[in-house]
Design a protein around this ligand. Structure first.
Ligand code: URA
Length: 273
């Protein structure tokens, strides 16, 4: 077989390349260099004609311009006048690659009260969420529910994620995937109007707060979340992900302290203006 040909059909090859790229493999090297110019086989490629990427995020060759996709997401999110319309807009949105790469069944948007004082934002749906169409319904979600119940928050939360489709192999969503879903997350916050946000896990905290610190340094601290347009601001607290707590039960007490700190502020009487 000619080494430039592949036995794999194109979609399988693309998916394999995307898998390697996600794992950080972005170049393939032979053991010894081949001087193709010397061999007379090299045809210089034409100069690139693609438009520059508008937003600083990774876009692989062949993928759509992330700025254009975000503009689509912003327009679709802005049109939604309530949560039902927002759920519909997300289900129709085709700009997030996870929809085609990871999700087996459906978009997963939210559960909980539409007028909740607390919004919980996790990382991404997993297989149970993909199957059932609601966030945090698997083992990690059941632990989250037990913690919220113990803190007296069961009926006071709206729960969603930083992206709305399961990622392949349950990997964390990439910053670019979170970025294209961000307009929908921000619209959900604008519609629910919670008093504060609980950011569950490193991936959610980093994406919402635009911070690069580890979750062990972010957790339990108050930050000011700001919408990308700057017109919404809310207190936000990162905490440990319940999936992490299932693996490291000794860390549960730290998550509990976070929840207590958050509940104390949620229940603090507001000072008269
Ligand atoms: N983990 C998350 O971050 N979100 C879910 O919805 C489920 C598991």
């Amino acid at each position: 077989m000619n080494p430039t040909q592949s036995a794999l059909p194109d979609p399988a090859l693309e998916s394999l390349l995307a898998f390697w790229a996600d794992g950080g493999v972005d170049a393939m090297l032979l053991d010894a260099p081949i001087d193709r110019i010397e061999a007379g086989k090299f045809v210089p490629p034409p100069p690139p004609t693609r438009k520059p990427v508008v937003v600083a995020a990774t876009t692989r060759p062949g993928q759509p311009d992330i700025g254009a996709v975000m503009a689509q997401a912003q327009a679709a999110a802005a049109e939604a006048q309530d949560l039902a319309q927002l759920a519909e807009a997300i289900a129709k949105f085709e700009g997030c690659p996870l929809r085609f790469e990871g999700a087996a069944r459906q978009a997963v948007f939210s559960r909980g009260r539409a007028d909740a004082p607390l919004m919980v934002i996790g990382e991404a749906p997993g297989p149970d969420e993909d199957a059932q169409g609601a966030p945090f319904v698997g083992r990690a979600g059941q632990l989250l529910d037990r913690m919220l119940a113990a803190a007296g928050l069961t009926d006071r939360v709206f729960i969603t994620n930083s992206v709305f489709w399961r990622a392949p192999g349950n990997r964390s969503p990439t910053p670019a995937e979170q970025l294209v879903c961000q307009p929908f997350v921000e619209r959900a916050i604008a519609l629910v109007q919670p008093k504060m946000l609980l950011l569950v896990g490193a991936s959610s905290a980093k994406s919402l707060l635009k911070k690069d610190d580890g979750i062990l340094s972010l957790r339990g601290r108050w930050f000011e979340w700001r919408s990308s347009t700057g017109d919404l601001e809310l207190p936000a607290m990162p905490t440990l992900h319940p999936a992490f707590l299932l693996r490291q039960p000794a860390a549960k007490k730290r998550a509990w302290v976070d929840l207590m700190t958050l509940t104390e502020r949620l229940d603090r009487p507001e000072r008269p203006a």
